[in-house]
Design a protein around this ligand. Structure first.
Ligand code: F6R
Length: 266
């Protein structure tokens, strides 16, 4: 069953997720975090770096990222490896060999996908952090007639390429392919948090949460996972009923982490 937590602001939602990560990595000897890039987790990484400055250690943590663009070198300003370094890894006490991101420049991409699946076997993910595309993609598992289970090379959907143009100087520089963990690899994580912020994610959030499970909405497959939480700000939650606070009074007004929303959608 998918749980949902909604917060007035992205910042409150982010602190909530960061606190969950702190709890996990403090409790587990060798925790494995599945990580995402994009604009959604930027504040989360900032918050975790702030926790690190307050004493939170990451030296025992392993991270496995969802995806990487094909063709970009690790130090390319728009590669996901570089993103992770700039926003997170470069600011905490984690050794580079405990951080895994697909190699988008591998000469044999099929071999790289197989290598990544092996990494996922050796390091099963305790908590996978996800964002969601406007079209419902998770990782780069784009809507299609069938979804691939394992790590694979994907041709990015046109609207994903268009959405990514904001990060590149020229449209022709925008990568058209990526390596991504497959849908089954994502669902194998012990627990999953999907974060979504902003009005423009509201339709995808509603369909993923309560639409039918369909390959045309890859995030809807999360409904089949036993431990998934959607962590939303008010705008991303606007198309779904905010019943969770009613069902769980512990998450009511007393605790600022769980500030209840105005009931605009009811
Ligand atoms: C990134 C990823 C993507 C993004 C999604 C949302 O590693 O796997 O699925 O999470 O495209 O992107 P933003 O957060 O930029 O809206």
């Amino acid at each position: 069953m998918v749980k949902m937590r909604t917060f007035e602001t992205e910042q409150l939602a982010t602190v909530y997720v960061a606190a969950i990560i702190e709890g996990l990595i403090s409790a587990v000897e060798h925790p494995v975090l599945g990580l995402a890039t994009g604009s959604t987790p930027v504040q989360l990484y900032r918050q975790l770096v702030a926790f690190h400055h307050q004493g939170l250690q990451f030296s025992h943590v392993t991270t496995v990222n969802l995806d990487e663009y094909v063709g970009l070198s690790a130090d390319h300003p728009q590669s996901y490896r570089r993103f992770m370094h700039d926003h997170f890894f470069g600011h905490i006490d984690i050794s580079p060999n405990q951080t895994f991101v697909p190699n988008g420049q591998a000469s044999d991409l099929a071999a790289e996908c197989a290598r990544y699946d092996k990494i996922l076997e050796v390091h099963p993910i305790d908590l996978q952090i996800l964002g969601i595309g406007h079209n419902g993609h998770i990782g780069f598992n784009e809507p299609d007639q069938a979804l691939q289970t394992k790590t694979h090379v994907v041709r990015l959907a046109e609207d994903t390429i268009v959405a990514n143009t904001r990060f590149f100087a020229r449209p022709e520089d925008v990568p058209t392919e990526a390596i991504t963990m497959g849908i089954q690899s994502i669902l194998q994580a012990k627990s999953i948090i999907l974060m979504a912020f902003g009005r423009d994610k509201a339709a995808a959030v509603r369909q993923a949460l309560s639409g039918e499970v369909s390959t045309s909405m890859p995030a809807s497959f999360l409904q089949m996972h036993p431990q998934v939480t959607f962590v939303l700000d008010a705008e991303a939650a606007v198309e779904v009923n905010q019943r969770v606070n009613d069902l769980n009074p512990i998450y009511g007004t007393a605790n600022p982490f769980w500030a209840p929303l105005s009931r605009s959608s009811e």
